[in-house]
Design a protein around this ligand. Structure first.
Ligand code: MG
Length: 251
């Protein structure tokens, strides 16, 4: 993939993406705050829809390749793309939630994994390492670096702690489309691929497994689970490449 395929956003576009990110950050924060044991994953999606409407934006995922919901809700062994259903969340679970919105024709996308406390220390560690791995990637997301410097930083950090990185799903550019070039793997050697430039907007999203890295898709056609049935965590931010450290748009 050549650098030229990666869009460099104009100042006006950046302004919109910045606003979209701020709105989405408040939506996911409120959504996180509303989670309690006893809710179904469908309840979480309903709450996401209420918040999206309240903020006057559109749900990006609903109808995307026929995805039926506004939020992806992935519990424990589910990695990403969980279709909300009647599954009840319980104390001790970890719940990955991903929400995407459209604001003035531009997309924003974010994910986090929430602990339904109390959770066991191993799961707590998985959550901390996955979120920190995301920030290790963001640290490398600066003008002049190679794209895969992000990938390498994420993988090294997660594996240092004995966890594994999902290969089957990756981060992406984002803007007028939900998924733009480049694909951003969370693994691989450093110093490869395109050079990052100011004005690129990327969604970095490590998925980290407690067990092995392999995944499979359930019969609903969407929900991705770990092949070994062990838990998985997911954190995602949209970031803007600047001349200095990246600006996190969805915080
Ligand atoms: Mg994404």
């Amino acid at each position: 993939m050549k650098t030229s395929h990666i869009k460099v956003k104009s100042l006006d576009e950046i302004d919109i993406l910045r606003k979209a990110g701020k709105i989405l950050a408040s939506i996911i924060k409120e959504l996180k705050g509303s989670l309690t044991a006893g809710m179904t994953t469908k309840d979480i999606d309903a709450q996401a829809e209420i918040l999206i409407r309240k903020h006057g934006v559109k749900a990006a995922f609903k109808g995307y390749r026929n995805f039926p919901a506004s939020a992806c809700v992935s519990v424990n062994e589910a990695v990403v793309h969980g279709i909300p259903n009647q599954r009840i969340i319980r104390k001790g679970d970890i719940v990955s939630i991903e929400v995407g919105i459209i604001y003035q024709d531009y997309y924003s996308d974010t994910a986090l994994t929430v602990a339904i406390d109390p959770i066991n220390p191993q799961l707590q560690k998985l959550l901390e390492v996955t979120e920190t791995a995301l920030y290790k990637g963001i640290e490398q997301a600066r003008a002049g670096n190679h794209l895969s410097d992000i990938s390498f930083a994420v993988q090294s950090y997660a594996e240092l702690h004995g966890f594994s990185i999902v290969r089957d799903f990756v981060g992406h550019g984002i803007g007028r489309q939900l998924h733009e070039d480049p694909e951003i793997p969370n693994y691989g050697p450093a110093h490869q691929g395109p050079i990052l430039k100011e004005g690129m907007v990327l969604a970095i999203e490590p998925m980290v497994n407690l067990g092995k890295h392999r995944t499979k898709i359930l019969n609903d056609g969407w929900t991705v689970v770990t092949e070994d049935g062990k838990p998985s965590a997911h954190f995602e931010h949209c970031i803007l490449i600047t001349s200095q450290e990246a600006e996190v748009l969805t915080r």
